[in-house]
Write a protein that binds this ligand. Structure first.
Ligand SMILES: Nc1ncnc2c1ncn2[C@@H]1O[C@H](COP(=O)(O)OP(=O)(O)OP(=O)(O)O)[C@@H](O)[C@H]1O
Ligand SMILES: [Mg+2]
Length: 357
């Protein structure tokens, strides 16, 4: 496995009309804390991103520029398969936003360039459709930039950290903090699944914690419709379930349940299921053939193991079922801050009764 994603443009998604919202009323700045080294044993893989490296001189094409006479691109905050993510200043509304922009044109063929544009457009359609759901960033606009009319999406800037950097900072995460993240993601996914979508890319890099501990799920770019045939070979290695490697399988919410289970192992333990395999998981190999090299509290281990069952039908029957099982292990309303609270504190929304945003 040599890359974080496999590519293909997405299916047609019915669009939902959204009105351009007011400037989101959230504090700006304080993005993405530095990633500390972690003892987590997730095998590493290299993602080569054509056109994303500043050694090609492509970043300056967009940094500092004013897109569509409105968005001043300030700083790069993330990098993905199809484009980079920036903080930009919306000079019309006077607030900061996040912009996901297609990589600037480099040496690629027109076909490759236009298929990247259509991938961003597919993501825009899905995000627009799901933008009303709590915990999904709101779409604020979209546009084209530069001579080659690269596509970009303007969205709500989530002020917080990725769950990836949060894990690196606090690993191993306490059971209650980890369950608080998974429970919030279950609530977000409940909305996604009720819209008949499967996210297909739930992983620590695609989830964020706002500064008050509320979770947010990013990157609906490869989501697909429930019951449809698995549309392509895309996903994040180790977080994608076995059936995501199979073009004949049908999409079910259990895809996302598997990924959440892997997140539990990544947060609390030191191994990820099927982590020693070089290729896709197979039903002959158990998730941890050599056993677990770190201890996990029993209640969590039983739940997490069931979530990463090879067969979808061996997993809890959807995120509501996961929530039912872990509900009793969550912090109670009014409870004190845990002794070793993380920053952001994922237990805070439960202790203070904060709804998802
Ligand atoms: N709305 C947002 N607010 C704040 N940060 C964001 C936002 N959207 C994305 N990011 C940052 O940019 C990174 C990449 O974003 P995203 O996952 O949407 O892109 P991607 O191209 O799909 O990346 P990948 O291929 O790695 O999944 C995220 O991990 C996060 O750090
Ligand atoms: Mg992503």
């Amino acid at each position: 496995m040599d890359a974080g994603h496999w590519y293909r443009s997405g299916p047609n998604i019915p669009s939902r009309t959204v009105t351009t919202p007011e400037c989101p009323d959230r504090p700006s700045g304080g993005q993405l804390s530095a990633i500390k080294s972690s003892s987590l044993r997730i095998p590493t893989y290299t993602v080569e991103l054509p056109g994303s490296s500043s050694e090609y001189g492509v970043d300056p094409l967009i940094l500092g520029t004013l897109l569509d006479d409105r968005y001043r691109v300030l700083r790069k905050i993330g990098q993905g398969g199809e484009g980079d993510v920036y903080i930009a200043r919306d000079e019309q509304l006077g607030c900061d936003v996040a912009i996901k922009a297609q990589f600037p044109r480099s040496f690629e063929s027109s076909q490759t360039y236009f298929s990247a544009a259509s991938a961003i457009e597919g993501e825009l359609e899905r995000l627009t459709f799901m933008s009303h759901l709590p915990g999904i960033p709101r779409v604020l606009g979209d546009g084209r930039y530069g001579l080659n009319k690269g596509r970009y999406i303007v969205m709500e800037l989530i002020d917080g950290v990725t769950v990836e950097s949060w894990i690196a900072e606090h690993h191993p995460v306490s059971a209650v903090a980890a369950l608080s993240v998974v429970a919030q993601l279950c609530n977000i996914l409940d909305g996604v699944h009720s819209e008949k979508y499967v996210h297909r890319d739930v992983c620590p890099r695609n989830a964020m914690l706002r500064t008050d501990g509320r979770a947010c799920l990013l990157d609906v770019g490869i989501s697909g419709k429930v019951h449809e045939v698995n549309p392509d070979y895309r996903g994040t290695p180790y977080y994608a379930p076995p059936e995501q490697y199979n073009r004949e399988s049908r999409l079910s919410p259990q895809v996302d349940v598997f990924s959440l289970g892997v997140m539990l192992f990544a947060m609390v333990g030191t191994d990820v299921p099927y982590g020693d395999l070089e290729g896709p998981p197979d039903d002959a190999t158990p998730p941890f053939p050599k056993g677990l090299s770190s201890e996990m509290p029993e209640g969590i281990l039983t739940l997490a193991l069931s979530m990463v069952s090879f067969e979808p039908r061996g997993r809890p029957d959807g995120v509501a079922e996961v929530l039912r099982i872990l509900g009793r292990m969550l912090p109670k309303l009014g409870e004190d801050r845990p002794p070793k609270a993380t920053q952001p504190d994922s237990t805070m929304p439960f202790r203070l009764g904060l709804p998802l945003l």
